[in-house]
Design a protein around this ligand. Structure first.
Ligand code: PLP
Length: 387
């Protein structure tokens, strides 16, 4: 019998993938399901990017390459970040990875050990907590509250910092709430991080999926570049989830260590995929912008629709492509309601608790779906809420 290492019992998961499997099984039995569970654009990757990937394969980009990424792409990433986020990176500070997710995994492996505390958002992307637990550090949730528009409350953060706090994880625009930090929040977080000598993982993967206001990068705040890992990627902005392409920007010494973790795990990111990423970053941004405009219309449709349902209320998120409606007055747990939505009404949604204990009372719906499907889902959610 296989005997697992103890650490495996500490590894969490992402419920979205489990709900997807359950929803697909129901579909295989002939049920009609609206998929609002998985966080990916429903659009295809823009054609110019697909062409660049195919061309790269034909041109012989079929070999191993540098662990940290091809120089052309690292350069393009630096130009993009320095232009859009106001940072001052150089290419040796960038590590290209198969998706943004490995940056979380690698950063925590490289930084945390038993006894260290890591503060993470709750509700937040479940892999943060999973990885903190996995590497044996202590996970300290910072609650994100609806009353505060799901923005991190800096005073509350200050109270959670101890001499053992090593890492702070921040995600704006946020999954699962769509909350966006304001410039004053970001400045205050940076001040705390400098004062307490914290390392910060700033997950900015939804940085370009913004409907109002501005995206302010923690990495651009004074004295933050030396203590920040900026995570970003191509999955969401360019509808490239299945390609697996992301990156981190960080201090050079840490980038060297993360590149070593790349050598030890996957060797390098697919070369053809990196060539496609280069075209994504340097080519026309019209399609990416068009997707954001479509998301904005869908956001308004789903927020207005949810607020018209008795017992449900929903903030209008400023970024990402999720809504996090409050269902606490329906008199059922979030998990029970999400299960009933799928089993009896054909809507795959996630319980807010899939993102931490502070998600109780909420659902997470991804509105990266057609307007027709969203209308269908709203009718079904209303039926479930009133039955
Ligand atoms: C907040 C957040 N960060 C990172 C990721 C990882 O994306 P990928 O690994 O596809 O780049 C996701 C994907 O859902 C996400 O929601």
């Amino acid at each position: 019998m296989v005997k697992l290492a103890k650490r495996m019992s500490r590894l969490g998961t992402e419920t979205a993938f489990e709900v997807l499997v359950r929803a697909k099984a129901l579909e295989a039995r002939g049920r009609d399901i609206v998929h609002l569970e998985i966080g990916e654009p429903d659009f295809d990757t823009p054609a110019a990017i697909v062409d660049a990937g195919c061309e790269a394969l034909r041109d012989g980009w079929t070999h191993y390459g540098p662990a940290a990424g091809i120089p052309e792409l690292r350069q393009a990433i630096v130009e993009y970040l320095n232009g859009a986020r106001g940072t001052n990176y150089s290419p040796n500070q960038v590590v290209v990875t198969p998706g943004g997710k490995p940056i979380m995994f690698f950063a925590m492996l490289a930084l945390l050990e038993a006894g260290d505390e890591a503060i993470y958002p709750d509700p937040g992307f479940p892999i943060y907590r999973s990885m903190i637990d996995f590497v044996g550090a202590t996970a300290v949730p910072i609650p994100l509250r609806e009353a505060h528009e799901f923005r991190l409350d800096v005073e509350e953060l200050a109270r959670l910092i101890t001499p053992r706090t090593k890492l702070l994880i921040v995600n704006s625009p946020a999954n699962p709430t769509g909350g966006v930090l304001e410039r004053s929040d970001v400045a205050a977080i940076a001040t705390l991080a400098v004062e307490h000598d914290l390392t910060v993982l700033t997950d900015e993967i939804y940085g370009k999926i913004l409907y109002e206001g501005e995206h302010v990068s923690l990495a651009a705040m004074p004295r933050m570049a030396e203590r920040t890992i900026l995570l970003d990627g191509f999955s969401k902005t360019y509808a490239m989830t299945g390609w697996r392409l992301g990156y981190g920007a960080m201090p050079t010494a840490l980038a060297e260590q993360i590149a070593k973790l790349m050598v030890n795990s996957v060797s390098c990111t697919s070369m053809a995929v990196q060539r496609a990423g280069l075209v994504a970053l340097t080519g026309s941004q019209d399609e990416a912008r068009g997707m954001v405009e479509a998301f904005r219309r869908r956001r308004d449709l789903i927020v207005d629709g949810l607020n018209a349902i008795l017992g449900i209320s929903c903030l209008r998120p400023k970024g990402a492509f999720y809504v996090f409606p409050n269902i606490s007055s329906l008199g059922t747990s979030s998990k029970a309601f999400a299960d009933r939505l799928l089993d009896d009404h054909g809507v795959a949604a996630l319980s807010g608790t899939a993102f931490g204990d502070h998600g109780e009372g909420y659902l997470r719906l991804s509105y990266a779906n057609s307007e027709a499907n969203l209308v269908k889902a709203l009718e079904r959610i209303e039926a479930a809420a009133t039955s």
